[in-house]
Design a binder for this molecule. Structure first.
Ligand code: NAP
Length: 425
């Protein structure tokens, strides 16, 4: 973190900032104060002209609104028609920049693809789409198609562009809390070589999970968000950022926000170990069986016995959808959660999934109707491929739960530190 800036007051203005990551990011970049300021449209002019902040970022929906209140804007901001960084210069004049341009450019570099000469489809025609368009033009993309609900290229005639090489989502579709939604069927884009989604919450939108399933290199918007913030720091202070800071902060935030989700046989220690992981990391622990009971007013055991396993599994999927879209949780799932295909995306959208393995002879079956009604080795043989395909990591449950918890934290952190952005590891 850069020090020496405690005298500076910085921040972010926008309409709804409850879910913004900007404060967390800026507090990792430098020691200035960084406040989130929610404004109504009629308050923007007065705030910009006041001297409440020395420098600030601007987000939805005021990136255009602020322009008339500034004394000058950079060429990039002029070209894109949006300002996301405002600096009060030493001479008192207010100057606007667009650091999203740098952010999206860094996102392409992080994915490591060469887009020169390619055909790109951008979903959405808002402010972010204009930034993406400017970067793509400068990178020598052959053809850029902007798909817009009311435009010439829209979702009804998108089949004309099934030959696209690169797809960029610049809409809010799939963003928390509306996880799981997507605008296009990626299976139709047979030439697609890269998918970039500007959304960062959840870490994997439905579109990115489709890309992963199809083996297409992909990346979410976190790297862009951190990159634009680091560039903003440089404009705020006139200083240059530390080497590698974008990568470092992106990985820290990914670790801090992604859920840690335990799957495995009933009684393999998911709840005990999950609680210890949560305590160690200062996170909230969620037992999916308890969440089930709270949500449906019936225990999983009674639901299985009275409604049958199929109905129980359907209700369990609803519970998992609701908890797994949240962030920074440690979640222990029921032993059979992996048997429903739809839970794959639910678990992996925003979490590192850990298969907790334990010797079958040590598994207690008391109070567990499915374990009691089946031969355990048969049940395990049936479920094992699912545990393996759902999980990012497999960890043996040791006889000391604290040790297992520490191992899971260490492996989860290393996995995030070692992964290539855009690559599946
Ligand atoms: P915006 O100005 O509100 O534009 C979003 C565009 O999405 C709209 O112009 C619209 O395009 C399309 N859209 C909105 N609702 C839709 C719906 N129900 N169905 C289909 N299309 C819909 O927002 P923005 O500033 O461009 O941001 C877009 C996304 O990028 C947001 O999710 C934002 O969080 C993200 N973003 C991320 C970063 C980052 O650093 N990672 C930076 C900027 C933005 P049409 O009307 O043309 O269909």
């Amino acid at each position: 973190m850069k020090t020496g800036y405690t005298h500076m007051r910085c921040g972010l203005i926008g309409e709804h900032l409850g879910h913004s990551f900007s404060k967390i990011i800026h507090e990792k970049i430098a020691d200035y104060s960084y406040d989130l300021v929610e404004l109504e449209l009629n308050e923007v002019e007065c705030f910009v002209k006041s001297k409440q902040l020395d420098a600030f970022n601007v987000t939805i929906p005021y990136k255009k609104t602020v322009i008339p209140f500034l004394d000058g804007i950079s060429d990039e901001a002029k070209r894109i028609g949006a300002v996301n960084t405002v600096v009060r210069r030493k001479d008192g004049l207010l100057y606007g920049y667009n650091t999203d341009y740098f952010g999206f450019s860094s996102m392409i570099d992080a994915l490591g693809i060469d887009i020169k000469g390619k055909k790109a489809v951008i979903l959405g025609s808002g402010g972010a789409s204009l930034t993406v368009n400017a970067v793509l033009v400068d990178r020598g993309v052959r053809e850029i198609v902007t798909v817009s609900r009311g435009g010439e290229n829209n979702y009804e005639n998108i089949s004309k562009h099934f030959d696209a090489d690169v797809i960029i989502n610049a809409t809010p579709i799939g963003m928390y809390p509306n996880n799981g939604k997507r605008l296009i069927d990626l299976d139709n884009f047979k030439n697609c070589k890269a998918v970039l989604d500007l959304i960062y919450n959840p870490a994997n939108t439905a579109l990115l999970l489709d890309a992963e399933r199809l083996g297409i290199p992909h990346i979410n918007g976190l790297f862009m968000l951190v990159s634009q913030a680091v560039k903003a720091f440089e404009f705020f202070t006139g200083d240059s950022a530390e080497d590698g800071i974008i990568d470092k902060i992106s990985r820290q935030i990914e670790f801090d926000t992604k859920n840690i989700i335990l799957v495995g046989m009933p009684a393999s220690g998911k709840t005990t170990v999950g609680r210890l992981i949560a305590k160690e990391l200062g996170r909230q622990f969620v037992d999916a069986d308890e969440a089930f009971e709270q949500m449906h007013s019936v225990s999983p055991k009674d639901a299985i016995l009275t409604l049958g396993e199929d109905e129980f599994r359907r209700m369990e999927s609803i519970t998992l959808s609701s908890i797994c879209k949240e962030s920074s949780l440690v979640i222990a799932t029921g032993g059979g959660a992996v048997t429903r295909k739809c839970n794959y995306d639910t678990l992996r959208q925003n979490g590192t999934v850990i298969f907790l393995r334990r010797d079958l002879s040590l598994l207690c079956t008391e109070n567990r109707p499915i374990s009691q009604s089946r031969d355990l080795s048969e049940l395990f043989a049936e479920r094992r491929p699912y545990y393996e395909s759902f999980s990012h990591l497999s960890i043996d449950s040791t006889e000391i739960p604290q040790k297992t918890a520490e191992l899971i934290i260490e492996k989860t952190r290393s996995r995030i530190e070692e992964q290539n952005y855009g690559g599946k590891k």
